[in-house]
Design a protein around this ligand. Structure first.
Ligand code: SF4
Ligand code: SF4
Length: 420
């Protein structure tokens, strides 16, 4: 998200400047990679934020258009994008935009300084650390304490891992200058706390629609509040803490390394409890903390051998049907990792044509279940065991047969919401 004024001033010819190498080479492998399921190759290169598809929507003439600018503006301008269709009325966009408010407040705080905290830049801490450090008994006990604090503020999952420079961008992007800028996240923060927040189940069932957008916007808003609350707790204990949401680094590898889930064919983190229906925040800190280990619960095997539901359901065919590969579809993908490659250009084009984002691949994923109720939680646990067993085809057949992942009409969402 960025300043509308800046977007208005864009010129078609503008490209990011190239001070230094466009992509920087990093250290290819880490001992934890096998447990994470990462296949990092010798050709690995760290990612330049200018290549992110949203950033390219601002500078790259092949992506940017009047429609794209309106897509960004629609988040802030009431009624923009609304039309006479179920799920795309003024009321649907109103709900979506209201969901973004918590995130917008974080963005607004430093917009005047050319920053977009939480979305292009890390979130500037509210204070310096307490000069008197509270002693830490052990990294293990502090990790437990911190997880309890994060859950107190509403986190749906917390994991801790080492800070990994491979997932940090080489360069940042300034919406004020409309050019690359140096990457400036503070150094000397060896531990990374990863926090997940679940998104609204029924809203996600409405994809594609603007109604469903509340799941993303409100997810980001909760995430922005959460990471800053946890960071503020750490600062008050006398340690450094820098929080981050959709900025400065790749969230999914961090979440996998912190033991929060696996990587799915749809290019999303698949968590055991909420499937792909989560947002991911990070806090980098020098607080002494013990690290979590990655988990495996059969997602890769299920996606690889049995399921193609996300790929079959993606309207612009942005999700591959084949095996993981290092061949990237375009410059918005990271180089040198063998994985399922999502075509961000095709995906974003579809979003822009909808005037809102899409999440069909999140909706249809069999790991996306309502875990808020006892009965559905028990069913999902049973289904997950089935999906990890040799009866994978039966698991998929049952999921489809029982109607999981089917779209809820936005009009029905509103009826349930209003209670009639
Ligand atoms: S968000 Fe929509 S367009 Fe993008 S990959 Fe998923 S299903 Fe396809
Ligand atoms: S829809 Fe199926 S193939 Fe796609 S991520 Fe989910 S489980 Fe994997």
């Amino acid at each position: 998200m960025g300043s509308i004024d800046n977007l208005e001033r864009l010129t078609l010819e503008r490209q990011p400047s190239s001070e230094g190498p466009y992509r920087l080479r990093g250290e290819p492998r880490h001992p934890k990679d096998d447990a994470c399921g990462f296949e990092v190759l010798d050709s690995f290169e760290r990612f330049n934020q200018s290549n992110d598809i949203y950033t390219r929507g601002q500078w790259d003439a092949r992506i940017r258009s009047e429609k794209v600018l309106n897509w960004f503006k629609g988040m802030f301008r009431p009624g923009l994008g609304a039309r006479n269709a179920d799920g795309y009325s003024v009321r649907d966009f109103a709900l979506r935009n209201a969901g973004w408010m918590g995130a917008n407040l974080t963005i607004q705080r430093s917009l005047g300084r050319g920053r977009v905290d939480g979305f292009l830049d890390y979130i500037i801490p509210y204070s310096d650390p307490n000069p008197e450090r509270v002693p830490v008994d052990s990294p293990e006990s502090m990790s437990e304490e911190l997880k309890r604090v994060a859950r107190l503020f509403g986190a749906d999952g917390v994991g801790i891992t080492h800070t990994d420079p491979r997932w940090h961008y080489t360069r940042s992007f300034s919406t004020k200058a409309l050019a690359e800028k140096p990457y400036d996240i503070p150094e000397g923060l060896p531990n990374t706390i990863v926090i997940i927040t679940s998104m609204h189940y029924e809203a996600v069932q409405c994809y594609p629609s603007a109604t469903a957008g509340i799941a993303v916007g409100h997810g980001y808003s909760r995430d922005c509040e959460l990471v800053q609350s946890v960071a503020t707790y750490i600062l008050n204990l006398g340690y450094r803490a820098v929080s981050s949401v959709n900025d400065t680094s790749l969230a999914i590898p961090y979440a996998i390394a912190a033991g929060l889930g696996e990587y799915g064919r749809n290019g999303l983190l698949i968590t055991p409890e909420f499937g792909p229906r989560v947002r991911i925040g990070r806090i980098h800190t020098d607080l002494p903390l013990a690290h979590d280990q990655p988990i495996r619960f059969g997602v890769r095997e299920f996606c690889e051998s049995t399921c193609r539901r996300c790929a079959d359901s993606c309207p612009p065919k942005a999700i591959p049907h084949g095996p993981p590969t290092e061949k990237i579809p375009n410059q918005s993908s990271i180089i040198g990792i063998r994985k399922w490659q999502i075509d961000a250009e095709k995906c974003f084009k579809f979003w822009v044509n909808q005037a809102t984002e899409c999440g069909i691949c999140m909706r249809v994923c069999p790991y996306n279940k309502d875990t808020s109720r006892w009965a559905s939680r028990q069913w999902y646990r049973f289904w997950r065991r089935l999906a990890a067993s040799p009866a994978k085809k039966l698991a998929l057949w049952l999921d489809v047969k029982l109607g999981f992942g089917e779209r809820i009409k936005p009009a029905d969402f509103w009826k349930r919401f209003r209670g009639h």
